[in-house]
Design a protein around this ligand. Structure first.
Ligand code: ATP
Length: 352
């Protein structure tokens, strides 16, 4: 566990955080430019010092202002990946990887190098690598120092979109396979959806929210980040079964099922999905003889009237799904809070 309880004066505001971050999975630090994201992880890495408070990693004090303890950055056992790879230009990829390497057996080295897809690059020099390849080497170098936590400060921000997607795939795999917690700074919704389990939402140096991604996504404070005029629901659902004939997988939403495309043959326990309100319509009777596979039963819990449409919040066995319909349909069906309805879901994006 990483415990952060600090105060730090930053230009026109104070950065204040009181957080307990789990010792596994990806915790994203999310917020507008200038909200204090990099400053927060710089305090953890030891690149800067808090004015007040303490930071502990797995019960080990990294810094404690009241006790005047401040462990230097190289002794914190922390891996850091910056926006730019910062490789040593005069060392080969292998030289970069082994620089600062600690407690790593040969088979572990091979495993990390393979996981990051850089085995074929070992004898190359940084100037001959693409941006994405450089970042993969930088991640490998950080991992090979045997860190207790990996800090990543917008590692994809300097890459073009195809390279971003490619590296995102590696990061996704990495986060599932390695047993090191990752503190990941980003202001990209794509990266958040794909990688984060927990999210720290920063605004002007203050923690506005800290919760599981699925909860943050539904929260009022997060609404400004989502597409204007369109609601969406993100859910992490357990896999129920794979269709024996069609490449579809059923996910359990309480006692009901949602069918989604099966993206890979790998068996996973859970899948994260996103459903946009524009893909959901409402029926008062159970729809019959329809091409739509996903029909759920739920209860309307809120109704928001927008300029051109109505957004309905529907609760399905504890999960929230949004449906977007016209004022005309809403009036004709006489929809109201507390009413039970069938949701017809036309499309579901499988996030991971
Ligand atoms: N050493 C410093 N002295 C004064 N102000 C600072 C210092 N470091 C950071 N700041 C200010 O603190 C605020 C937060 O900066 P920080 O780089 O942490 O934000 P950020 O959320 O990481 O932004 P970005 O997404 O643009 O990287 C900014 O207004 C910045 O100008």
């Amino acid at each position: 566990m990483l415990e952060i309880k600090i105060k730090k004066k930053l230009g026109h505001f104070d950065l204040i955080a009181d957080l307990q971050i789990p010792a596994q999975g990806v915790t994203a630090i999310f917020g507008l430019s200038g909200s204090g994201k990099s400053s927060l992880i710089n305090l953890v890495s030891g690149l800067s010092d808090p004015d007040e408070g303490h930071i502990r990693l797995n019960n080990r004090v990294l810094v404690d202002c009241s006790k005047k303890i401040n462990i230097s950055a190289n002794h914190r056992h922390i891996g850091y990946v910056f926006q730019d790879a910062r490789l040593f230009p005069h060392y080969s990829v292998k030289g970069n990887l082994t620089y600062g390497m600690r407690n790593v057996a040969k088979n572990e080295f091979d495993y990390i190098v393979e996981l990051l897809g850089i085995t074929h690059l070992l004898s190359r020099y940084p100037t001959t690598l693409s941006g994405g390849e450089k970042q993969r080497v930088a991640i490998g170098r950080a991992l090979l120092t045997d860190p207790e936590i990996l800090l990543m400060d917008e590692p994809l921000s300097s890459l073009d979109i195809p390279r971003k997607r490619e590296l995102l795939d590696y990061l996704d795999r990495l986060s599932q396979e390695i047993n090191i917690p990752i503190l990941y700074v980003t202001h990209s919704l794509d990266e958040l959806l794909r990688l984060a389990e927990n999210v720290i939402l920063l605004e002007d140096g203050k923690v506005k929210a800290y919760d599981k991604l699925e909860h943050i996504w539904q929260s009022e404070v997060f609404s400004v980040w989502k597409a204007e005029n369109e609601q969406s629901a993100v859910m992490n659902l357990p896999v129920q079964l794979h269709h024996p004939i069609y490449k579809m997988t059923a996910l359990a939403i309480g006692s009901q099922s949602l069918w989604v495309s099966r993206l890979s043959e790998n068996l996973v326990d859970n899948m994260r999905i996103c459903i946009y309100s524009s893909d959901v319509s409402i029926s008062l009777l159970i729809p019959e003889k329809t091409s739509i596979r996903n029909i759920l039963y739920g209860k309307i819990t809120a109704l928001f009237s927008l300029e051109t449409k109505i957004e309905l919040k529907v609760e399905v066995e504890g999960y929230v799904i949004w449906a977007s319909i016209s004022q005309w349909s809403c009036d004709e069906l006489k929809l109201a809070i507390g009413q039970n309805v069938y949701l017809q879901i036309k499309a579901i994006s499988v996030v991971k």
